[in-house]
Design a protein around this ligand. Sequence first.
Ligand code: C2E
Ligand code: MG
Ligand code: MG
Ligand code: MG
Length: 294
Amino acid sequence: NADTAMYSSKDAGRNQLNFFSQEMTACAERRLLLENKLRHAISENLFTIQFQPKWDTCNNRLVGVEALIRWLDDDEGYISPDEFIPLAEDCGLIGTIDDWVCKNACLQIQSLFGSNQPNISLAVNVSPAHVIYKDIYKRVSTILDETGFPAQNLELEITETMIASEVERLYEDLNKIRSLGVEISIDDFGTGYSSLSRLKQLPLNTLKIDRSFVRDIGEDSGDEVIIRTIIDMAHNLNLKVVAEGVETDEQYTFIKQYNCDLVQGYLFSKPVPLNELALMLDSQVADSCRRTGS
Ligand code: C2E
Ligand code: MG
Ligand code: MG
Ligand code: MG
């Protein structure tokens, strides 16, 4: 046996190897367990959606929301999207999940506005794997047809890492999606390696500055320079900028000072279920009626 031959004179090495392979087994078992649960959750419709507001920094109005998937498992409790989305990508389930979120988020947001056009935008996250390999244009336009949701109110959030590597393949689909009126934003911006010339080639509307830069405001002056540079660059390219993960007054004051257009983060609101979003929108309407005296 090769293992014994290699480690017979080294007990420490063997123990380490055993430990290592035990860990790998545990990891593989967890994966398998979650994959089975994931298939079950899809077929039984066990996901829900929460909405995290985005606020306009000029007038402090709630102007949009981002749909975020939630999965409450009987045994495990809430499982984070950071854990199951990558798994769903690996086992080819992400397309089904993203389509479900997009369609249901459209229906839910529209339900708040009856037959009127919503006065907020709705952003959904689209997995890179999904964007590249599947016909994203056809799927988005089908969902718009099926739900009647106005294309101008829909926005796709795509992570930067994918933009950097797949720009040529994306170009045509993104242009077709833009021609519907759907907006496109780059999520987690600053963590990938997209060049300026690539950004300029793509039909983009918005950059979302990654939370990791915002987190270090007041602590890391390097990150502050990066934020200011991203905002300036985006404005020069006629793009809007969102700061994500704003948690403190200090962070908010900083990004506002440099004219960041929109803000999202726990300082203003966590992701909330639809009924709570409805209350926030109602109180905003009441507020503006009081202000205008109508
Ligand atoms: P993301 O798109 O960058 O979403 C922002 C994440 O940051 C969300 O985590 C949100 O709850 C969290 N967040 C927002 N404000 C704050 C803050 O002030 N402080 C802190 N600490 N966190 C904040 P969540 O919902 O756990 O989602 C994690 C990631 O999972 C998302 O990152 C997105 O990449 C992915 N994801 C979520 N829903 C979907 C989906 O429907 N489809 C796909 N493909 N990915 C999704
Ligand atoms: Mg996002
Ligand atoms: Mg993000
Ligand atoms: Mg993220």
